[in-house]
Design a protein around this ligand. Structure first.
Ligand code: HSE
Length: 336
């Protein structure tokens, strides 16, 4: 499978490491022999029709900070041209989330779809801003559009709701959708102050490039919008969500709630009508009351009752595993 990789930060590099370490399984189990024919980072884009040498790509990025030093010249203005004109089956869009206008990811995704390429993204901006129109464009161009890693990192929250709860009606859902704030709130209970905990989360690669997206609740809002559209067929966008972040949560509040058997969590909820992201106490006995970078979400269903899924919600390898899952799905679709 010929892949175009747009964005080569923590997640992009982890994905390439997964391709290298899983190459035998990918071929034996799924018939996938991936070739990265183009790769872009903020330095520019490089292409190679025979497939880039992935070990060398990782080394160049590590040593010289940009893949542009790989040896094939290119610049950012050529990205759309590459997406449209290079022969490839899948464009993997991994540029940082931008919740103001979704760019540059939105344009990358639209160009890929219009040129008939399947798309995988973990970029939340384009979907949070324009979910319905992107789904429509994917359908119109008859391509697969996969975004498993946008919600829950490596935890298959969207697939769980869509596939495993098939036939039941999801009435509402609520949970923790941002790993960084959950990590900060957990560390605050352990005695770390807010900025120490945030620095820790950034160093571990959990926080967004602009961590205010995490702290002020925008990242959770984006995920709530994606989940409500995908799982409950709502037509919501970010402005439909009532939002409050964790900036004003005091260590004393965290400690006081613990004495009552609660933990303060940034909870995202959807009742089919109202969408809310806010910090509030959750009982320690509630399965969604998880710590660290874990995400947890409870779906309340008409027939099967409540179902909770828990897993790591952030991290390079975790999110890269969602991309691999999506790639395998696309491969099965192409085959059938
Ligand atoms: N910054 C995000 C989080 C990364 O902490 O949940 C995963 O989307």
């Amino acid at each position: 499978m010929r892949l175009i990789l747009l964005g080569f930060g923590v997640v992009g590099q982890s994905f390439v490491k997964l391709l290298l370490s899983h190459s035998t399984d990918l071929y034996n189990d799924y018939g996938i022999k991936p070739k990265v024919v183009a790769c872009a980072d903020n330095g520019g884009i490089i292409t190679c029709d025979q497939g880039l040498d992935l070990d060398r790509l990782l080394n160049v990025k590590k040593k010289k900070k940009s893949i542009i030093h790989y040896g094939v010249k290119g610049n950012r203005s050529e990205i759309l041209d590459v997406i449209e004109n290079i022969d490839a089956e899948v464009v993997i869009e991994l540029t940082p989330t931008n919740i103001v206008d979704g760019e540059p990811g939105k344009n990358h995704i639209i160009s890929a779809m219009k040129s008939g390429k399947n798309v995988i993204t973990v970029n939340k901006g384009p979907l949070a801003l324009e979910f319905p129109s992107l789904m429509e464009l994917a359908e119109y161009n008859r391509i697969a559009f996969k975004f498993s890693g946008t919600v829950g990192g490596g935890t298959p929250i969207l697939e769980f709701a869509k596939r495993c709860l098939k036939g039941d009606r999801i009435i509402s859902f609520e949970g923790i959708l941002n790993g960084t704030t959950n990590y900060i709130l957990s560390k605050m209970y352990e005695g770390l102050n807010f900025s120490e905990a945030l620095q820790d989360a950034s160093e571990k690669g959990y926080a967004e490039k602009d961590p205010t997206l995490d702290i002020d609740g925008y990242d959770a809002v984006a995920k709530l919008v994606i989940a409500s559209n995908f799982v409950m067929n709502m037509k919501s966008t970010m402005k439909d969500v009532r939002r409050e972040g964790i900036r004003d949560v005091k260590p004393s509040q965290v400690l006081n709630e613990r004495k009552k058997g609660n933990a303060i969590k940034l909870i995202a909820s959807c009742d089919g009508k109202n969408l809310v992201v806010e910090p509030k106490p959750a009982s320690m006995k509630d399965p969604i009351c998880v710590d660290g970078i874990l995400n947890a979400i409870t779906f309340t269903c008409q027939h099967s009752g409540q179902q909770t899924i828990i897993g790591k919600g952030a991290g390079g390898m975790e999110t890269a595993s969602a991309i691999l899952r999506d790639l395998i799905d696309i491969r099965s679709t192409i085959r059938s």
